[in-house]
Design a binder for this molecule. Structure first.
Ligand code: KG4
Ligand code: ZN
Length: 335
């Protein structure tokens, strides 16, 4: 059988990305053009600006992905593209580009759910990883605890009822004037702080699998305001460490609880927050205590990229799940 070559395109938020994969799990190129420096000034992603930047970048990024993979357009078997969830204008840029290319080359178009993309990053990073397993998807837009029964077959165990975990990191960092995106900054600062300095609440939601992060975010903001009112010194590193500890406690404990209760011995992490050093440390420690193996992708595959979209798209493709030119962007697409 000849190799299946996937060209993948991702433009759901503020990264314009393209990747070429061979047989779903071998990455031949992974190009990411990030707009972080542009959105930083505004403290978050400005949707209209993101769409315009995607339009400027997409052709260059795709061309670079093909060049680096050392292939031509005629070598591509199918195109995988994110069609949701995400910012509608941003999604439409990648989707329209992918549709035009699939039409012109007369090859299949495969729509990919961005969240499914995130969890698929682990298939690239761990060549022997096969379903079933429990996965924790934690990013700026999503927080999901999912049972992966097979490739493309999922059962959602829990999700956030309000803010995503990454959103909480971003909002707390913003309130502290630390910059955007907040996750990596808080992660770094937390290393110098005392995690037991401040007791922030942990929302266990009556021990179900759902999450809530708006309470802890408000608790941090209230703490900062109270300190300012009283003109007391704020030890930023302690706030960062205590906040991170509270968020990662809940994430790690719920993931371990799900694996134990559902009888799984593997947990995978994905999404931007999966690069958090506190979360990795905590869940690995709890995993060891409970005989559960914890796997996560390298940093470059945790945050948004097209390689993960290509991997998810490959499994859709081999299962015959292809789309036609009617595929539209779905900003609130669920997994
Ligand atoms: O997966 P991603 O690139 O985009 C979405 O699909 O949302 O995730 C970005 C999010 C941001 O909220 C960012 O602050 C967070 O991931 N993040 C982190 C870390 N690195 C990125 N959060 C905590 N610790 C980190 N080291
Ligand atoms: Zn993402």
């Amino acid at each position: 059988m000849s190799d299946i070559i996937t060209l993948a395109i991702e433009s759901s938020c503020d990264e314009t990305a393209a990747s070429v994969l061979k047989n779903g799990r071998e990455v031949l190129s992974n190009i990411i053009s990030t707009q972080i420096d542009i959105h930083k000034k505004f403290g978050g992603v400005v949707p209209e600006v993101a769409s315009r930047k995607h339009i400027e970048n997409i052709d260059i990024v795709v061309q670079q992905a093909l060049d680096e993979a050392n292939i031509t357009m005629n070598d591509i078997t199918h195109i995988a593209v994110t069609y949701g969830p995400g910012l509608v204008g941003a999604l439409l840029v990648g989707l329209s580009y992918a549709k035009a290319m699939a039409y012109a080359l007369d090859i299949p178009l495969v729509g990919v759910n961005h969240i499914e993309g995130h969890l698929s990053a682990n298939y690239i990073a761990h060549k022997d990883l096969k379903p079933p397993f429990i996965t924790l998807i934690v990013s700026g837009g999503h927080t999901h605890l999912v049972e992966v029964k097979d490739y493309g077959e999922y059962e959602i165990l829990g999700r956030t009822r309000d803010d995503a975990s990454g959103e909480a990191f971003d909002k707390v960092a913003r309130a502290m004037g630390l910059g955007y995106p907040g996750g990596p900054i808080i992660d770094k600062l937390a290393k110098e702080g005392n995690k037991d300095a401040i007791e922030f609440p942990r929302a266990y939601m009556d021990e179900g699998y759902d999450f809530s992060f708006s309470g802890i975010k408000s608790a941090v903001l209230n703490y900062l305001n109270a300190k300012k009112m009283k003109k007391e010194e704020i030890v930023e590193a302690d706030v960062a460490a205590s906040f991170q500890d509270a968020v990662t406690d809940v994430l790690a404990n719920k993931a371990i609880k799900a694996a134990k209760e559902k009888g799984y011995s593997i947990i995978t992490l994905s999404g931007g927050v999966a690069s958090n050093s506190g979360l990795r440390e905590k869940i690995e420690m709890l995993g060891k205590e409970n005989g559960i193996e914890v796997k996560y992708p390298p940093l470059i595959l945790c945050t948004d990229n097209a390689a993960m979209i290509g991997c998810a798209g490959y499994y859709n493709y081999i299962k015959g799940r292809v789309d036609d030119m009617n595929l539209n962007a779905v900003p609130n697409l669920q997994i």
